[in-house]
Design a protein around this ligand. Structure first.
Ligand code: ZN
Length: 450
């Protein structure tokens, strides 16, 4: 009797981040060679990006397989744990990785846990309780923090909107060396594969976004809409070195999965991903460091919203806001500031309705029609041309044309969170799992992708 098995494992907190997908890619090889059948592409599940104790992308991986029976399940478990343990000892020093196993289909309770882990804070105790209540088990290799991501990865079956990422990994001896990925080949790949790939380059700066920095085993990763498109795009990039391996992940990256229902300002919990609708209550101000901050209000309270310096020209949009503008903000509450005001770190801004802005100007002279000059507060107006004076005339409202129109505005791709849906993906959303289990050669291989 074939048995469906889900194996989730958590990201690491270490500066060696990116290891989780690499561990996933290595495990895919080991399990495929042992003859285990995969039910889905390896899933790369990004979770709430506003959790401060997760240093990087807050990503976890889940492998979904079919095994022959209980005996095979035990073998699978031992294989996975042995591999993760050996790699944990070498590379994962100050982290708390965990592995979650679940047999059978994923129950609604575990799916709900994943939804919460995308938007809010989930305590390890809660994740463990839900996983066990669903018949799953967690094996923590160090501490307990990792169990949240491991369980949430199992629970996020990516049946709503999803994307793919094809990742190439470096040979061990190349890690830490500068990458020599050809800029021109990325430009050409981007031109040839859009809109089936996204966020390859940052249009504002020309920066290549497919390569991470640092000692990460990832050489480059291309994100897009289909496994075929991302694999082909990956093969088009001249990497300047032979990759150790490649893998294609199905993922919630670029889907806005973390941005749920609109919440009231009063109800925003710390470290959450939020959507809030309200009115601009205080004009935008540029703070030291170039951050642009304004105050938003709704019927329940007020909160600050910030477009930080790395969001580039997006800040010009935010600066164009005026008091009374009706907006919807998308973002995250990251820092706990017990005394300071709560601040939403803006990922997107939707201008729903701009308020009329008027400027009060001196009246026109009733005798000659020239604009008069104020003689000081409450002292009336004087005409410089015909010398007419008046103490009864008042300043008159003058409508100022708005530079900002209604619509959705976003920071440039270089400032996006992994989960943020880029403008180029609007209209490309999809739902459902792959119809039939993918063949292994569709999602992993050694060397460069063919
Ligand atoms: Zn006059």
């Amino acid at each position: 009797m074939p048995l469906e098995v889900h194996v989730g494992f958590d990201d690491t907190d270490s500066p060696l981040g990116g290891c989780t997908t690499y561990i996933g890619a290595r495990l895919v090889e080991i399990l495929a060679e042992k003859g285990f059948a995969f039910l889905d592409y390896p899933n790369l599940v990004r979770l709430n990006p506003n959790i401060p104790w997760k240093t990087r992308g807050n990503g976890a991986v889940c492998l979904r397989l079919s095994v022959g029976g209980e005996g095979d399940y035990e073998e699978l478990k031992e294989t996975v744990l042995a591999f993760i343990r050996s790699h944990y000892e070498k590379a994962w020093k100050d982290t708390e990785p965990a592995v979650a196993f679940l047999r059978g289909s994923v129950p609604p309770m575990l799916r709900s846990l994943s939804q919460k882990a995308l938007r809010r804070v989930v305590e390890p105790r809660e994740a463990l309780r839900v996983l066990r209540a669903c018949g799953g088990e967690a094996l923590e290799l160090e501490g307990r923090q990792g169990v949240v991501g491991a369980a949430a990865a199992v629970g996020e079956t990516l049946e709503g909107d999803h994307t793919y990422e094809a990742v190439a990994y470096r040979l061990p001896e190349r890690r830490g060396e500068p990458r020599a990925v050809s800029f021109d080949s990325v430009v050409e790949m981007d031109r040839a594969t859009r809109p089936w790939t996204f966020n390859n380059l940052d249009p504002e700066t020309g920066r290549v976004l497919v390569t991470p920095r640092g000692p990460d085993p990832v050489l480059l990763g291309v994100r897009g809409e289909t496994p075929e498109a991302v694999k082909k795009a990956l093969s088009m990039v001249e990497t300047g070195e032979k990759p150790e391996r490649w893998a294609v992940f199905r993922t919630n990256q670029g889907t806005d999965a973390h941005l749920g229902e609109t919440v009231k300002i009063r109800d925003i919990p710390p470290y959450s991903a939020v959507v809030v609708e309200g009115f601009v209550a205080q004009p935008p101000q540029t703070a030291p460091g170039g951050h642009v901050i304004f105050r938003l209000k709704d019927a329940t309270g007020e909160i600050f919203c910030a477009a930080y310096e790395p969001t580039g020209n997006f800040r010009n949009t935010v600066r164009a806001l005026r008091v009374g503008d009706r907006v919807k903000v998308y973002g995250g509450l990251r820092k706990a500031q017990p005394l300071g005001p709560r601040t939403v770190n803006l990922e997107k801004l939707e201008v729903l309705e701009t308020a009329p802005v008027v400027e009060f100007r001196s009246p026109l002279c009733p005798r000659c029609g020239k604009r008069m000059t104020s003689m000081g507060a409450h002292k009336g107006f004087r005409c410089e041309k015909c010398k007419h004076r008046s103490s009864t005339l008042r300043r008159v409202p003058f409508p100022i044309p708005r530079s900002l129109s209604s619509g959705l505005y976003m920071p440039p791709p270089r400032a996006h969170r992994h989960l943020t849906k880029p403008l180029s993906r609007y209209g490309l959303e999809k739902a459902g799992k792959p119809g039939s289990p993918p063949r292994p050669e569709a999602f992993w291989g050694l060397g460069p992708p063919a």
